[in-house]
Write a protein that binds this ligand. Structure first.
Ligand code: PLP
Length: 340
């Protein structure tokens, strides 16, 4: 137990109210300086575009207690850039990178008691978001916006070590071919609730989404990106304008090439050619790397490496990524931003 009475060993991924969160207001063309506040309720107009027209976006990133006792954020500049892209797609004012990182650093510093200790596998998850607010009725961009960042301590995704999970291909799409799939906006997640629920009802970890244009290629795995290792040892991950560009995925792509010496490729992963792959995984800030045991597609169940064991390349990628995040392995320049 900590001074906050948190049982670090049994943390999951659930809301816990922490001490302070950051809140900044945009009006008349500019963001204000922002403040830290104890109030975890957002007071907004009933006419807010975020409530009616889905004009909102969010991010997810983590701060890690390092082996040497310091605290670091993992690639927050990349989350800042992605949130700017999400804001631009929904006609919202982007939050400058410096303001975004400063807000994240302030929130971590203000909630250090909630940061899981090194060795527990947990981290402080940060949830930045921008919402359209202010009195409004018609379908148009909001007159005012809020940018907020709150944080929640979360546990290691895998308590008992890296274990594969099975997934099922959904007949639903999370995003349209030229829609908002590449933006981290609530509408994509609203569209994924029913397919995700149906997948879990059937005993699968989550739904796999195919490309919305042809329904022949893998795009996303629940709220994570997909990668696979070909039988001849290449790291392959789908390229598509309707996939959320995962920061974890691009980090793995870099590490697979630079540290593991693999050929890497962004390309098409056809659902009827899974035999080409020796291993597969889902990756993201929350999922870290989840090895994919098998994929159910219609009546077909395809097993990759094993339903119970993690493949050797997936294991090496996991060790490299998680090692960097916790300061056990040297990070590429600029990947870790120290908080204290
Ligand atoms: C739909 C979706 N795909 C992929 C990811 C993984 O992205 P990242 O690695 O940046 O967390 C996430 C999580 O943010 C997601 O929600």
């Amino acid at each position: 137990m900590s001074s906050k009475n948190i049982d670090w060993q049994n943390l999951g991924f659930s809301y816990i109210k922490t001490d302070l969160r950051y809140l900044s207001h945009w009006k008349d063309g500019a963001w204000d300086d922002g403040v830290l506040t104890e109030d975890n309720r957002v007071h907004i107009s009933e006419g807010s575009t975020a409530l009616h027209y889905g004009q909102q976006c969010f991010e997810g990133l983590k701060a890690y207690r390092q082996r040497d006792g310091s605290v670091a954020l993992f690639r927050p500049d990349q989350n800042a850039l992605r949130m700017q892209a999400s804001c631009e797609r929904l006609l919202m004012p982007p939050v400058p990178t410096e303001k975004f990182i400063d807000a994240c650093v302030q929130v971590v510093r203000a909630n250090l008691d909630y940061l899981p200790p090194y060795g527990t596998g947990g981290a402080l998850y940060l949830r930045p978001f921008v919402v359209g607010v202010g009195d409004n009725l018609g379908v148009r961009t909001a007159p005012e916006f809020l940018f907020s960042v709150f944080c929640v301590p979360v546990g290691a995704y895998f308590k008992g070590g890296l274990t594969p999970a099975n997934f099922v291909v959904s007949g639903y799409d999370r995003a349209a071919p030229h829609g908002t799939g590449a933006a981290k906006v609530g509408g994509n997640y609203a569209a994924s609730l029913l397919p995700g629920y149906q997948a879990k009802e059937r005993g699968f970890a989550d739904a796999i989404y195919l490309d919305p244009e042809t329904h022949t290629k893998i795009e996303e795995v629940g709220a994570a990106n997909f990668f696979a290792i070909t039988r001849d040892g290449r790291f392959v991950t789908p390229r598509s304008p309707s996939i959320l560009p995962s920061i974890t995925k691009y980090s793995l792509l870099h590490l697979a090439h630079e540290r593991l010496g693999l050929e890497v490729e962004e390309g098409d992963v056809y659902i009827d050619r899974l035999d080409e792959y020796a291993e597969a995984g889902a990756c993201g800030t929350a999922a870290v790397i989840t090895p994919i045991g098998g994929i159910q597609h219609g009546d077909d169940f395809h097993v990759f490496y094993s339903e119970t064991e993690v493949g050797p390349v997936t294991r090496r990628l996991y060790d490299e990524l998680v090692g960097i995040q916790f300061g056990d392995v040297e990070a590429p320049a600029g990947w870790l931003v120290r908080v204290e």
